[in-house]
Design a protein. Structure first.
Lengths: 327, 142
């Protein structure tokens, strides 16, 4: 089969072809240069979907929750896109992407599109092309897009800069572990979910989180959105409807408000920074290969110093490439 | 072609699927692990999937290779359905391979349907890796 141009795929995607959507996500992930123009158009026409970030420690029940949430949104008639991220092996670069096993009830529903992604060396709990995938799903007509991060530790908070509403999932029974992450990922939640709330010890976790939030509201700055804590059991279905209500309320709070405008500006700025970082790194790596050996010779002979040589290397690799952009 | 350059550095994406009532997944898990350790992105379907579910997953995940593991003897029922669905969804360029245990005459039959490689129970993991790499390299950019 011959190579289908990305512009053609974009047209097919707009008319609801899932195969074209899948293929364009792949091209974004690979970074195919031919697809860049089509993806630029996608970014410009995206921005209507409600993007929900879901994060939490490994095994907290993120994928199962996402599956249940998607089911509930489907029952309301919404089309749901899911981008589920799992870690790549730091040794082989390979990955086992197992999130969709927990969402198997959705496999035959044409109103649901699930894409698994590996981190491929990206940090922050996300994959580099995850946001391109979100935009593509948006343009393909999915109303709600759920972005599920890898199981996180303490400082993988990027998802908060990539979503309209961020849900942090905590599992009961982690005890002191909760304390350990309190300074990091718990701070980014717009909504806290305590999963597995059919378990006896879930109430304790809910209380812990509520107390932490109360303390925050006493000593911290005044917040325009009161962060709720919702107990959910994906097993019994308890709490799912409540969570949907909170999600809708948060979305409403972000619509036509200073809070929402600020959030969207921050999201855009973050995207800009991340993209610039990627470009600089690519350019620098290529340039370093070309210019570093000669500079190293001078450096070896003590004809320059590391700081000056590094400045020269940066100037050589980056200046010529981007000097036109300011014109 | 510029897109070929990008292809080379990209992990091959593979969907490994168990279809029907077959509950034997030891083999497919070994294969999943071997492919992961060879640097591939592996999506495992879990047990008891239907051909519809498998094809929908393959399309959404846009995998390079779909590997179907069968130890229940239903290959002559499953593969015609899978190929018909792939065609219907425009995913005719997907590389389909089979693994497990099956009679020689069935292997001939499913190869005729379009199965590109049949890797039976005693295939060394490295041979599976090589076979997938060769098939994907021969297909080229997409």
């Amino acid at each position: 089969m011959s190579y289908v141009p990305s512009q053609d795929l974009l047209q097919q995607l707009r008319s609801g072809n899932p195969w074209a959507l899948g293929r364009l996500i792949s091209r974004a992930e690979v970074g195919v240069p031919e697809a860049r123009q089509a993806l630029a158009e996608v970014y410009r026409s995206a921005g209507t979907a409600h993007v929900i970030g879901v994060t939490g420690v490994p095994g907290s029940g993120k994928s199962t929750l996402v599956g249940k949430l998607a089911g509930a949104l489907r029952a309301r008639g919404e089309k749901v896109g899911i981008v589920a991220i799992d870690p790549s092996s730091p040794y082989s670069g390979g990955a086992i992407l197992g999130d969709r096993i927990r969402m198997s009830e959705l496999a035959n529903d044409p109103g649901v599109f699930i894409r698994s992604m590996a981190t491929r060396g990206a940090t922050g709990g996300m994959a580099r092309a995850a946001l391109d995938a979100v935009d593509l799903l948006d343009v393909a007509g999915f109303h709600t897009i759920i972005l599920e991060t890898v199981g996180v530790g303490q400082d993988e908070v990027e998802v908060a800069h990539a979503s309209d509403t961020t849900i942090v999932v905590s599992a009961p029974g982690l005890g002191d572990e909760i304390q350990a992450i309190k300074a990091g990922v718990l701070e980014i939640a717009d909504i806290h979910v305590v999963s597995k709330c059919d378990r006896d010890d879930a109430n304790r976790t809910i209380t812990d989180l509520k107390q932490m939030l109360t303390l925050g509201s006493v000593v911290g700055p005044k917040r325009a959105w009161a962060i709720p804590v919702v107990g959910v059991s994906s097993y019994t279905g308890e709490g799912i409807d409540d969570l949907l209500v909170r999600m809708t309320a948060h979305r409403a709070a972000m619509t036509d408000s200073e809070l929402g405008r600020e959030r969207r500006r921050r999201v855009a700025e973050f995207r800009l920074q991340k993209t610039a970082e990627t470009l600089l790194l690519e350019r620098f790596t290529a340039g370093a290969e070309a210019f570093a050996p000669a500079l190293a010779v001078t450096l070896t002979g003590r004809g320059t110093d590391p700081y000056a040589a590094a400045r020269q290397l940066i100037a050589k690799t980056i200046r010529e490439e981007y000097s036109n952009e300011l014109a | 072609m510029e897109q070929l350059l990008a292809m080379d550095q990209t992990p091959i994406r593979v969907l490994l699927a168990k279809v029907g009532l077959d509950g034997h997944d030891r083999g497919v898990k070994v294969v999943a692990r071997a492919l992961r350790d060879a640097g591939m992105d592996v999506i495992y379907s879990g047990l008891h999937r239907t051909p519809d579910e498998v094809v929908n997953t393959a399309v959404q995940e846009d995998v390079d290779v779909l590997g179907v593991s069968l130890l229940s003897g239903v290959q002559l029922t499953v593969f015609p359905k899978i190929f018909a669905l792939l065609e219907e969804k425009g995913a005719g360029d997907l590389i389909v391979i089979a693994g497990g245990v099956m009679p020689d005459e069935d292997i001939v039959a499913i190869r005729k349907l379009g199965v590109r490689e049949v890797l039976l129970q005693d295939t060394p993991p490295q041979a599976i890796v090589e076979s997938i790499r060769t098939l994907v390299a021969a297909r080229g950019a997409r």
